[in-house]
Design a protein around this ligand. Structure first.
Ligand SMILES: [Zn+2]
Length: 272
């Protein structure tokens, strides 16, 4: 097999690359796989300096985007990612925010238009493995749902990936983490984890041990300092962080090679 093994991760915002896929990006890069991170938006709807939210006085979209893209380059360096590709769309903001109505918001771009641009990147890098969110964007953010849609559409248009994965958060694990946060006073009192939050274990096909790369993930997450207030994992003690970061979980959606139903390597079936 003379093809260069390539992994492409399709994410919505600067910082999304770390928690669910930072470990596989770092691990596969270290193993000689070419890794490509596609970030679809500039993150304009993130927090401004001092935690200022979009729509509040002092929130400067352009400045927030510039800051977040520079944080993203730092994160990419900590993870060792080979190539960063920015689609440059406008962040739509969380569901219900004013930014949803912006004509240029990523979620309002026709799927085929954005998918065609992503398809060009797939043609250029020819990734055997592509990772993105599930159809609910993992938690309902309009840009995550749109990233899912364009990744699936571009994969279909090009027929390039042999394996397509959705990131997953195992339901049991997230419960344990929430219970830990509650017991250590880190979870808001008025918030209850919905019963259907997270992925049922039986749907998870692929679990990758990324424990040697936990430190890279922590540093990458710390690089996204302007959004630090929102990143609860940064507030956890190191042992809990290690527990939360040491494995990454996926649902295999497409597989055109011979690979076991349960695997610990996204490139299973693609190696010599
Ligand atoms: Zn996001």
């Amino acid at each position: 097999m003379d093809r260069q093994l390539t992994l492409m991760a399709v994410h919505a915002h600067p910082d999304d690359e770390v928690i669910g896929t930072g470990g596989i990006l770092a691990k596969y890069t270290a193993e000689g796989v070419r890794t490509v991170l596609v970030t679809c938006t500039n993150g304009e709807q993130g927090d401004g300096p001092g935690g200022v939210k979009p729509g509040e006085p002092g929130h400067d979209d352009a400045a927030v985007a510039e800051r977040r893209l520079s944080e993203l380059s730092e994160s990419v360096a900590h993870l060792g990612i080979s190539h960063l590709e920015l689609l440059g769309y406008r962040d739509s903001g969380m569901d219900g925010w004013e930014g949803n109505g912006h004509a240029d918001a990523f979620a309002n771009v026709p799927v085929e238009t954005a998918a065609a641009r992503l398809a060009e990147l797939m043609e250029r890098y020819r990734p055997q493995v592509i990772v993105t969110y599930d159809e609910n964007g993992n938690y309902g953010h309009p840009d995550h749902i749109q990233a899912h849609r364009i990744a699936v559409a571009a994969a279909e248009m090009t027929g390039i990936p042999d394996k397509l994965y959705y990131t997953a958060v195992p339901r049991e694990r997230i419960r344990e983490m929430f219970a830990f946060m509650r017991s250590s006073g880190m979870a808001p009192e008025d918030f209850e984890l919905p019963d259907d939050f997270g992925t049922p274990e039986e749907l998870i096909s692929s679990v990758v041990d990324v424990s040697p790369y936990v430190e890279n993930k922590v540093k990458a997450l710390q690089a996204h300092a302007s959004q630090g207030e929102n990143i609860f994992l940064l507030k956890m003690p190191p042992e809990a962080q290690h527990q939360a970061f040491s494995h990454e979980f996926f649902i295999r959606q497409t597989c055109r090679v011979d690979a076991p139903a349960h695997e610990d390597d996204l490139f299973a079936g693609l190696r010599d």
